[in-house]
Design a protein around this ligand. Structure first.
Ligand code: PRX
Length: 567
């Protein structure tokens, strides 16, 4: 029997106070995610229960009980506080998925500071724009990522502390750098947690849009109310589950459902910090007897590609419930997983901005493969007619996915971008920027994004960011970046460029430009293909028409090109 009971039952009389009561929270109380995810679980008698099993690249294994993570949060919090760091300071986590990443997350929240998680795969430019925007005061990182930080530190006057969790004592440190070794620090038993309330800022997650630099999505401690209940009902976590969320906490799935959701419920979770291979993943599931698995379509498609035979080499009978997020989950993937694991992947839809799952295939609900399911109880979702912004009846017509604001995990703003935040609301609806249809039974079917943002393997890449970085290469005169279809990643980045006089198109130059972007931004943002053009399609006013290039890549009708510049 699932935690949730039937979807229809849950729709009746739904109220977020269900979650508040279970969390023992009353309006006006103090509420701190760090405390809820560790101290409270210990107070409930689960101090010795395992909170985290970690396995690294090099085969290193570590494990932490709820009491261990409580102490680690206190110890890191004390270290940060002793540096003078305090509430509302932005502290960036820039690490691979090592235990310190998860434990520092708790420590930062316990002192009331704001966690700014960034992918360790980011290059120096991606890191710089996000640290500069947030005026980040401290960054917690690993030795291996230090060169990227050193490259930009002089341009970041607000960045006062570079904390290295795995410092090699033989290596010299530069200004602002200081070591912190959790294992040799004396554990702090008693810690005064910052008295945060519902609206105290908690996280700043950066997300990419079509235009301009990435935006910092601001969340608050009250988000835990949504994250707790959606974890319980949709991911259906139960006390003896062993849970594996494959997402990196640089991405919102890795914080909402890779830290807050499971730990607020006192659930044991596993983290694998190793590259992808079907073998490694299946072995991990078998070894830790994973029962609930939250993953993403690109990974599932890669597993499908690895074939069914390899599945038979492992005992995966521990798997009880599977869910997916981040990109369209094609019906073949749902059918395949049912065949090979005996369980379908349940698609879930949400965003950095929504903070928690909005649409899902609720446990027990009839799954229509290829559909995202229905809105979570308490969430009013619709597709809106794109001109009038009014709901389209459930008749299969395409519209804009929108939600009535007001759920606990909803973002509270874009960092220092009030105007951009306001633009997300029309007629009392929050606009997601995605398009879908709703069928007669109320199921949502994803159609696509309503902007030019590229979703590559679940990572949102801004064409604007890649185009700007391309222009910094000495050979590039103009650039336009669009998505190109890909069998596994769904979309990959493709760049069209014109060259400056004196440069010639050449495969070596193509490789050089690709690497230039990989180092500056990230491997996700690196164009998988570069096409040289004599001229890019532009409107008469000089704006590059990405739409024309996109249509070409996808073999679609180009549509209205009346504004296209004449030859
Ligand atoms: O376009 C939608 C796509 O991912 C976007 C949100 O990305 P991000 O803010 O990085 O958060 C991802 C994880 C919560 C959405 O606007 N997306 C997310 N889930 C799905 C999806 N597209 C299709 N199907 C989904 N289930």
């Amino acid at each position: 029997m699932s935690n949730a009971g039937s979807y229809e039952e849950r729709l009746k009389d739904f109220d977020w106070s269900i979650a508040e009561n279970e969390l023992g929270y009353h309006k006006g109380d103090l509420i701190n995610i760090g405390w809820y995810c560790s101290d409270r679980i210990c107070l409930k008698g689960k101090a010795d229960k395992m909170a985290l099993y970690y396995e690294g690249y090099d085969g290193i294994e570590k494990k932490y009980t709820f009491n261990d993570i409580r102490l680690a949060g206190n110890t890191i919090g004390t270290f940060l506080r002793n540096l003078g760091l305090q509430n509302e300071d932005r502290i960036c986590l820039f690490m691979d998925r090592i235990p310190e990443l998860y434990l520092s997350f708790l420590g930062i929240l316990k002192i009331g500071a704001i966690v700014q998680p960034l992918f360790s795969a980011f290059g120096d430019e991606s890191l710089f724009v996000r640290l500069e925007d947030a005026q980040t005061r401290a960054i917690i990182t690993q030795r291996k990522h230090l060169p990227k930080v050193r490259k930009i530190i002089d341009k970041l006057p607000f960045l006062e502390f570079v904390i290295i969790v795995d410092n090699d004592q033989k290596k010299t440190l530069e200004k602002k750098e200081l070591p912190f070794d959790l294992e040799s620090a004396s554990p702090v038993e008693n810690f005064e947690i910052f008295p945060s309330v519902a609206e105290t800022p908690s996280l700043l997650h950066y997300t990419s849009g079509t235009t301009g630099q990435p935006k910092g999505v601001q969340h608050v401690h009250y988000s835990i109310v949504s994250q707790y209940l959606t974890t319980k009902w949709i991911l259906d976590l139960q006390d003896d589950d062993i849970y594996w969320c494959t997402a990196d906490p640089g991405w919102v799935t890795g914080t909402s459902y890779g830290i807050i959701g499971p730990w607020s419920m006192g659930i044991t979770q596993c983290v694998l910090d190793a590259g992808f291979s079907a073998q490694t993943w299946y072995k991990f599931i078998e070894k830790y007897k994973i029962s609930m698995w939250y993953s993403a379509p690109t990974a599932i498609r890669s597993l499908m590609k690895a074939g069914e035979d390899i599945v038979k080499d492992f005992n995966l009978t521990s798997l009880r419930h599977l869910a997916s997020v981040g990109e369209p989950l094609n019906s073949e993937a749902v059918i395949w997983s049912e065949k090979v694991f005996g369980k379908p992947f349940h698609d879930t839809f949400w965003q950095t901005e929504t903070g928690s799952i909005m649409i899902s295939n609720f446990p027990g609900m009839k799954i229509k493969p290829g559909s995202m399911g229905k809105p979570f109880p308490g969430i009013t979702g619709a597709v809106l007619e794109p001109k009038t912004f009014t709901p389209i009846p459930d008749n299969g017509k395409i519209g804009l996915i929108a939600f009535k604001p007001g759920w606990p995990a909803m973002m509270r703003g874009y960092w220092k971008k009030e105007e951009k935040y306001r633009e997300k609301f029309v007629n009392g609806w929050y606009l997601t920027g995605d398009r879908a249809t709703i069928d007669k039974e109320g199921y949502f079917w994803f159609i696509g994004r309503d902007d030019d943002v590229i979703n590559t393997g679940g990572h949102l890449v801004s064409p604007f960011e890649v185009e700007s970085a391309l222009l910094e290469h000495p050979a590039v005169a103009e650039s336009a970046v669009v998505a190109k279809p890909d069998e596994i990643m769904m979309e990959v980045v493709k760049a069209f460029i014109t060259l400056k006089p004196g440069f010639e198109s050449h495969p070596d130059l193509e490789l050089e430009i690709m690497n230039f972007i990989r180092k500056k931004l990230s491997s996700m943002a690196m164009p998988q293909e570069i096409e040289y053009m004599d001229k890019l399609p532009k409107t008469r006013s000089g704006k590059i028409m990405r739409r024309v290039l996109h249509a070409k890549e996808w073999g679609e009708e180009i549509g209205d090109i009346s504004t296209l510049e004449d030859d």
